[in-house]
Design a protein around this ligand. Structure first.
Ligand SMILES: O=C(O)CCC(=O)N[C@@H](CCC(=O)O)C(=O)O
Ligand SMILES: [Zn+2]
Length: 360
């Protein structure tokens, strides 16, 4: 048994090991876990830094679940939540009922407490890692290599589930926190489904996680959640769990619901979902995707205006070079505004209230 494996099996601290080896581990390995409460066994496979799979050995699983965090390295609350789940699984303190792939997306950017090192990894999926996005960063950097590795890992994980031969469900929850505060603290982006119906039961799950606000995307993107949704028909979401804070500064009491629900999910306990009622949710659809095209790009509202601040029709939201970008409807609300994004990238979204499947 190598040193790393020994260290991991005694501490369960996969996050620290990943951060100590931010781009690659010196060894990969796998080991058996005996879960203390049930005596059931499972296998843990360390595939690369920040990438670990758990598979039940003595039970038949029915779900292939991807839980990713830290695709943006400074979004720490989801990283702490996943690190704790991984630790409890490794130490056998939590039962495992389903196949689960945990991904700590960008350990190097965690170490510098930044969103990314060279390039925003959540714009590099669905082949974005191999396309010149006009930012002058070239086609090769470590974040691009990592995005390709994550794509291949997710593809293999879902494929191996299919090879088990039973009827299975695929999910991917990509956990983030937002740069700004928000009127609705926890919200999720439901990727574009190309006309397929959106699933109320997924919203019930998100509600159990404390997420009652859903943004319906209506175009393809290069995000991780769209990749899993589009390529593998997984029920996939980008889940925003509050505001960015440094490691150790998160008020973990804000995350009890998501921790409890994810724990139940991986360990096969009843999720205790509330019956679906659309009135429990704030549902929005994307009205405008506003990309930055010019060096002189400014946002025309306060730096601390929270996500979901709404404007009246005609209000100038941003100035991009000579172009004024206006709210096109009364009540259009801003999401993820960031004037500092690289040229060519999304500088903000606007959303308007909607119903879950209104256009179907
Ligand atoms: O608060 C912000 O400005 C960004 C928070 C964040 O990282 N959001 C994701 C959303 C991805 C999606 O649209 O599905 C991102 O921008 O990558
Ligand atoms: Zn993020």
């Amino acid at each position: 048994m190598g040193n790393l494996q020994q260290q991991l099996q005694s501490t369960g601290d996969f996050l620290s090991i990943s951060r100590e080896h931010p781009w690659s581990l010196p060894e990969t390995f796998q080991f058996e876990i005996t879960h203390s409460a049930s005596g059931n066994k499972s296998i843990a496979k360390v595939l690369e830094t920040g990438i670990i799979v758990f598979e039940p050995l003595t039970q038949t699983s029915t779900q292939d679940i991807v839980l990713s965090c830290g695709v943006h390295g400074n979004e720490t609350a989801p990283i702490e939540i996943c690190a704790e789940l991984v630790q409890k699984l490794i130490l056998g303190e939590l039962p495992l009922a389903q196949r689960v792939l945990f991904i700590f997306g960008n350990p190097a950017s965690m170490n510098v407490a930044q969103r990314f090192v060279e390039e925003n990894m959540n714009r590099l999926f669905s082949g974005g890692h191999s396309i010149d996005q006009g930012q002058g960063v070239g086609l090769i950097n470590k974040e691009r290599e990592r995005a390709l590795l994550l794509e291949n890992t997710v593809r293999a994980f879902f494929q191996q589930g299919t090879e088990l031969g039973n009827s299975r469900e695929r999910m991917h929850y990509d956990l983030h926190t937002a740069i700004r505060g928000a009127k609705y603290d926890k919200f999720a982006v439901y990727p574009f489904l190309h006309g397929k119906p959106r699933k109320p039961e997924q919203l019930q799950f998100l509600l159990a996680c404390g997420v009652n606000t859903i943004l319906l995307s209506n175009s393809p993107t290069t995000t991780f959640s769209y990749f899993s949704s589009n390529e593998f028909a997984a029920d996939a979401f980008t889940v925003e769990l509050g505001k960015v804070r440094p490691f150790g500064e998160n008020d973990m009491s804000q995350f009890e619901q998501v921790k409890t629900t994810l724990t139940r999910l991986v360990s096969g306990e009843d999720l205790q979902l509330k019956a679906f009622d659309e009135a429990d949710f704030h549902i929005f659809t994307v009205a405008q995707v506003i990309n930055r095209h010019h060096e002189n790009f400014t946002l025309n509202f306060a730096d601390d205006a929270p996500n979901f601040t709404d404007f009246t029709k005609g209000y100038v939201l941003a100035i991009d070079g000579e172009n004024e970008i206006k709210a096109q409807q009364d009540g259009e609300a801003i999401i993820f505004p960031n004037a500092k994004v690289a040229i060519g990238q999304r500088a903000l979204l606007t959303v308007v209230p909607s119903a879950l499947n209104s256009e179907i």
